[in-house]
Design a protein around this ligand. Structure first.
Ligand SMILES: CC(=O)SCCNC(=O)CCNC(=O)[C@H](O)C(C)(C)COP(=O)(O)OP(=O)(O)OC[C@H]1O[C@@H](n2cnc3c(N)ncnc32)[C@H](O)[C@@H]1OP(=O)(O)O
Ligand SMILES: Nc1ncnc2c1ncn2[C@@H]1O[C@H](COP(=O)(O)OP(=O)(O)OP(=O)(O)O)[C@@H](O)[C@H]1O
Length: 669
């Protein structure tokens, strides 16, 4: 059969296929160009530079979501963006090939992968042998993939015929019709509809809206997300989540129904407030895919609404069920089965897992990844690649003979040179990686904080049916006993009282309270440490003392019950002087210096208008810039740094000159 005849048959069957060209650069390119001539289609090229008319960079692909193409090439010869692979597959019509260009399979594992710069925290791209091995194994095990490489002939295998496919017509499909009937008869309450991508969730919400006799408000993380919904509903009354919240807070009249599209991408606490304000609610969310899973959302959010109805859609609408391309991507990126976590029964053991397990017993790390994706909304294929090949990753798990109970992922941090750590403290440098270690230096009070070595808890998850039995604490305790050569365990998490309770019980101490809400959780970020050495303990003591002094000034945390003895002093100590010099003469951010600046404002009788307007009067930066005739945030910060410098000089000119010289030197090391 010719390629063109195969395409025609694939269109009739409603399927798409993966065609891999694994060869030297020029051969890949030649083959891709030949295919474009041979097979009619709009042919999208996803990769770096090309002369093809339709092209985009892998990371720009999300801007094309919702568009459809016949045939596409993903150029993975120099770097493999697997999220782009998944996103691209969603844009291809039945009868299309996704042509993947890779290095020759036998050379691929040794080649540095440019995509690794996004997730490996290394200065240079690294080779990714475990992912390549995993990917090649999946390629070879899937008889529906067409693989053209040195060691395979450039020919087509014989595929068995599939039943003819009938595209959806625009009228509700069977599963959609069933849910619509339920919605029409639903008593006041909440229904959540979940499905993998492209199952018609948004269309369903639109169809429901079109049939409603009463008023409804539609919300979603972004307006663009509601295009499909609107195309089925006709006119919609859209409000962004924040605007809707303001509406609710001001007690303005609401509609009967609230419809939320892609609900899992809205921060949990905000979503709960929105949902609680309406009599009838329909939420839709995707529970698989490159944006992370909605499974964690389901577990957390739905538990708060005991009478909530949960329905699922299974049948894909834009291609046939069992489409080989969708099936391959789901297998290779472990999208499958996240919801079907095996029930753990039997005796539990705890062990550490090396990255090499991806070669020797891949089912175990795969189960670990699935447990993490099921619990954490943000876990994505980027994490899968990081888990497999990034340096400095450590894994622990608790398992029964047949299933996984709990998983812990630790990442090595710190160990920076003293000079670099001081430069990070001063705000002159911010090298890649080291989230907590650098944050301790950049925002905390210890210029040498990033010289210490830590292990950061990147993720921890316990099987949903076995939480609050002590397994999470036991896993941390086990890791704590077995790790060597490190000063502390650390964690950065979206602060909720319940989660903090957990970390506290594990022996952690709060060391940093963020000043912004995380977009993913809607919570303020908090960082906590569990010291393991005397140096780790000294760091914790220092940061806790600092937090206790600064807490009264941290607006975001007012009203939060924190396990810190507040120590509201208004005098300046040595640490404050250093902090203020770092702000005035280096690049320390205002948010880190807030406590010290507030104390400075109490001590000094100078106007210091730019500082007082922001810190005392709590006016917005935009407002201050307008009143003071400043061009923007940068100019405001320069002014504020100058004000701090003049205040310090007034208090003690000699010490100011000394400290100025000292902090300025930190950029040269
Ligand atoms: C960096 C990060 O990974 S932060 C995110 C942490 N992970 C998650 O949120 C994923 C979903 N949650 C989980 O997997 C688990 O619930 C974990 C990992 C948070 C805790 O593991 P568990 O085995 O359930 O906790 P464990 O039984 O050891 O400790 C329970 C204590 O933690 C606190 N706690 C944990 N979860 C909750 C909760 N949902 N509500 C209230 N308190 C809680 C309580 O103090 C609790 O004690 P109690 O049961 O006597 O009231
Ligand atoms: N009954 C239907 N008849 C024809 N086309 C449909 C029908 N339902 C949905 N579609 C189309 O199928 C595609 C996928 O539908 P929709 O966007 O609602 O799915 P979804 O599950 O919300 O997917 P995603 O998670 O990708 O947003 C859209 O192009 C939509 O117009």
């Amino acid at each position: 059969m010719s390629l063109a005849a195969l395409c025609a048959r694939m269109a009739d069957e409603g399927i798409r296929r993966l065609l891999v060209i694994a060869d030297e650069d020029e051969v890949c390119l030649q083959q891709a160009n030949d295919l474009r001539v041979l097979l009619p289609g709009d042919w999208l090229w996803v990769g770096e530079a090309t002369d093809w008319p339709l092209h985009c960079a892998p990371r720009a692909l999300t801007t094309l979501l919702g568009r459809e193409f016949t045939h596409a090439v993903l150029d993975a010869r120099y770097g493999f963006d697997v999220a782009a692979l998944a996103a691209l597959s969603g844009t291809l019509k039945p009868g299309s090939f996704l042509v993947l260009l890779t290095p020759p399979l036998d050379a691929w594992a040794q080649r540095p992968d440019n995509d690794s710069c996004r997730w490996s925290d290394t200065a240079e791209p690294i080779a990714t042998p475990r992912f390549v091995e995993h990917f090649c194994r999946a390629l070879r095990q899937d008889e529906n993939v067409i693989l053209w490489s040195h060691s395979y002939s450039f020919s087509l295998p014989a595929f068995s015929a599939r039943p003819a496919w009938h595209a959806a017509t625009g009228a509700p499909e069977r599963e959609q019709a069933e849910v619509l009937a339920e919605l029409a008869a639903m008593p006041p309450g909440v229904m959540v509809v979940t499905a993998p991508r492209g199952r018609g969730k948004s269309a369903l919400a639109g169809m429901h809206l079109a049939r409603l006799a009463t008023q409804a408000i539609v919300t979603a993380p972004g307006r663009a997300a509601t295009d499909v919904l609107a195309s089925y509903a006709g006119e919609i009354n859209f409000m962004a989540p924040d605007a809707l919240l303001a509406h609710i807070i001001h007690g303005q009249p609401l509609a009967d129904w609230l419809i939320v599209d892609e609900a899992a991408a809205i921060p949990g606490p905000l979503l709960t407030t929105l949902v609680s304000a309406f009599r009838y609610v329909l939420l839709t969310t995707t529970v698989q895919g490159y944006e992370g899973t909605g499974q964690g959302f389901l577990l957390k959010f739905c538990a708060g609404f005991p009478h909530l109805i949960h329905r699922e859609l299974h049948t894909p609408l834009r291609w046939a069920e069992g489409c080989p391309l969708e099936a391959f991507i789901s297998t290779v990126l472990l999208f499958d089965d996240a919801s079907a976590l095996a029930q753990p029964v039997g005796e539990a053991t705890t062990l550490s897992l090396e990255q090499s397990a991806w070669s020797t017993q891949p089912s175990l790390p795969a189960a670990l990844y699935r447990l993490l994706t099921s619990a954490h909304y943000r876990t994505s294929p980027l994490d899968l690649r990081r888990m497999m090949d990034a340096p400095g990753q450590h894994f622990w798990l608790t398992k029964t003979p047949g299933a996984l109970l709990a998983a812990l992922w630790l990442v090595e941090e710190g160990g920076l040179s003293a000079g670099l750590s001081r430069a990070v403290w001063a705000g002159f440098r911010r090298p890649r990686g080291n989230l907590v270690a650098q944050s301790l230096a950049a925002h905390g009070g210890s210029p040498l904080a990033a010289t210490l070595r830590g292990l950061r808890v990147s993720r921890i998850a316990v099987h949903p049916s076995r939480q609050r039995e002590g397994l999470g604490q036991a896993l941390i305790a086990h890791a704590r006993q077995h790790v060597t050569g490190c000063d502390y365990l650390s964690v950065s998490f979206g602060y909720t009282a319940a989660l903090w309770d957990f970390w506290q019980r594990c022996g952690f101490h709060l060391v940093r309270l963020g000043s912004h809400r995380e977009a993913s959780s809607g919570c303020y970020t908090a960082m906590a440490l569990l010291p393991l050495t005397a140096a780790g303990q000294a760091l914790v003591d220092n940061e806790q003392r600092r937090l206790a002094r600064d807490l009264p000034w941290l607006d975001a945390w007012r009203g939060e019950k924190l396990p810190l003895a507040v120590n509201p002093q208004t005098t300046l100590n040595d640490d404050d002087w250093l902090e203020l010099a770092g702000f005035a003469f280096a690049h320390r951010p205002l948010s880190s210096a807030t406590g010290a600046l507030q104390r400075l404002l109490v001590q000094v009788d100078l106007p210091l208008n730019a500082l007082r307007m922001q810190l005392t009067e709590k006016r917005s930066e935009a407002d201050i810039c307008r009143v003071r005739g400043l061009s923007g945030r940068k100019a405001l910060l320069v002014t504020q740094r100058q004000e701090a410098a003049s205040a310090l000089s007034l208090l003690d000119p000699e010490q100011t000159i000394l400290l100025k010289e000292q902090v300025r030197q930190l950029q040269f090391f």
